[in-house]
Design a protein around this ligand. Sequence first.
Ligand SMILES: Cc1cc2nc3c(=O)[nH]c(=O)nc-3n(C[C@H](O)[C@H](O)[C@H](O)COP(=O)(O)OP(=O)(O)OC[C@H]3O[C@@H](n4cnc5c(N)ncnc54)[C@H](O)[C@@H]3O)c2cc1C
Length: 294
Amino acid sequence: MKPAPFSYLRPTTLAEALAAYADNADAKVLAGGQSLVPLLSMRLAAPDMLIDINRIAELDFVRADENGVTFGALARHAVLEKDETARRAQPLLSKALRLVAHPTIRNQGTTLGSIVHADAAAEMPMVLVLLGGTVTAESARGSRTISAGDLYVGPLESSLESGEIATQAWVPALAADTGTAIDEVSRRHGDYALCGVAALVGVGQDGAVRSARAGYLSVTETPATVDLSEAFGDGTLSPANLAAAADIAMAAIDPETDIHATADYRRHLAGVLTRRVIAAAHGDALARTKGVAA
Ligand SMILES: Cc1cc2nc3c(=O)[nH]c(=O)nc-3n(C[C@H](O)[C@H](O)[C@H](O)COP(=O)(O)OP(=O)(O)OC[C@H]3O[C@@H](n4cnc5c(N)ncnc54)[C@H](O)[C@@H]3O)c2cc1C
């Protein structure tokens, strides 16, 4: 199938893009096109106009400092994945980006495009929520900052309003006493995962677990996180504590059966991956506190 007819605008400034969007509520923003172009071709989306933001140079940046990482709407997955200052400030970004699709898609797709596309099967919306990041949205009406917790309102639905362009996202830097890990299971390398889990584990000076939080993909309607700290009351990674954390996670998620996997299988994966990533994030936290993390 071919897309329905649309007009096409390729502005070179954000002001021009926002003015065009303000005049046409039926327009859609085109970033990397890796999700939008298939939707257009299948006629699941039929906007009047495409506003192609790829020539707006001011949106093409990655900046990192001791507070966190900020990246613009044109930062491609591959650029952010390989940015050394971003990796040092918040290592979970590059760990997760390596799992997004294939290199060709990561070369073209933008991380912010993925975040606002709001797919609960995608890695980066979940990572934004787990890290407690924000998205800045601009429109002809002004600018606002949306916290990750307020960004996702339903399946494939963000709280971006008509006329708003997401211009940048921010995630906090990783604390020195905290480790990260992410793992997922997919049918083929590069496919959307049947289930994926990322974890943040904080440790005390004695190496005991002080906090544990995990984010889940493909097992909830919107990107979700679960606080697992209560499973580690004695601070150890004992099999019983890891099993308790897996139980908390499996009770909190709400997977669906589809042609790829049953709900029960996805729930089982969530339990297995929870144990695995909590242990890996704890190991990472210990290495970071000793200054030897990768
Ligand atoms: C074969 C294949 C496999 C894939 N596998 C994975 C995977 O495993 N994991 C994963 O996470 N993703 C996967 N993707 C999706 C990929 O990561 C896309 O890059 C991403 O979902 C969207 O980014 P984009 O820049 O291409 O956005 P686009 O396709 O250009 O846009 C997507 C949507 O977001 C809107 N939008 C984009 N940018 C903005 C903005 N700045 N402001 C407002 N609205 C905006 C668009 O209007 C559109 O509605 C896959 C894609 C393909 C084709």
